[in-house]
Design a protein around this ligand. Structure first.
Ligand code: ZN
Length: 213
């Protein structure tokens, strides 16, 4: 499957945990998969948009991301996406994926510090470079998703053509977004109106799990 460059204003913002938000920068528009982090500027914009969730050394924007920084974030996105897909399928991360996440987390330690603002606030600080702190934040966000209590709540959106993930935070939530719910309802409506062709009536064992093959 080819991935076309996306545009920054198309990237879904679902308010999901950081790791899912990162994975969801690969998204689909009318069946075409797009990369919302195709350029360094795209990656910088994504980081700026999520600065509220990040360790202050990243959020402070004291240094701008370089091309190699952006590439490291894209590579971590591939790992995060694979770990989320495995979790959806009920599988644990592989040893290689675990090593990547653990190494990045260790390279970006952080601590809480009280600010001198009024009222005071708690800020997360790190001695690491902004990009190391960012990669560590994403790695830790991934860890919280594949462990209790969230393990088992990660979903791949079942809407036609959608490639996004979300945390099922409500028993009735079925889709990544209201837009996907609407599209799926419309697709079901039209599927009911169109009579099945003979080829569609050929049943397969998979379609009848209760019947012996
Ligand atoms: Zn969706």
């Amino acid at each position: 499957m080819t991935t076309a460059p996306g545009s920054a204003d198309e990237v879904p913002l679902l308010g999901e945990p950081l790791a899912i938000e990162l994975a969801n920068t690969v998204y689909a528009v009318r069946g075409e998969v797009r990369d919302g982090l195709a350029t360094v500027a795209d990656v910088q914009r994504w980081v700026d948009l999520h600065s509220g969730d990040l360790t202050a050394t990243v959020a402070g924007g004291r240094s701008r991301l370089s091309a190699p920084d952006a590439q490291r974030i894209r590579e971590l996105r591939d790992t995060v996406g694979a770990v989320l897909d495995a979790a959806v399928a009920g599988r644990a991360p592989t040893a290689g994926q675990r090593r990547v996440l653990n190494r990045l987390s260790a390279a970006g330690p952080r601590w809480e510090a009280l600010s001198d603002t009024q009222p005071p606030a708690v800020a997360l600080l790190s001695p690491s470079s902004p990009v190391e702190a960012l990669l560590a934040d994403i790695a830790r966000s991934t860890m919280t998703l594949v462990t209790e209590p969230r393990r088992g709540a990660i979903r791949a959106c079942p809407a036609p053509g959608c490639v996004l993930h979300f945390v099922k935070d409500h028993p009735r939530r079925q889709w990544c977004s209201a837009g996907c719910g609407n599209r799926a309802r419309v697709a079901r409506h039209y599927a009911r109106r169109i009579p099945p062709r003979p080829a569609d009536e050929v049943t397969s064992p998979a379609a009848h799990p209760g019947r012996p093959a």
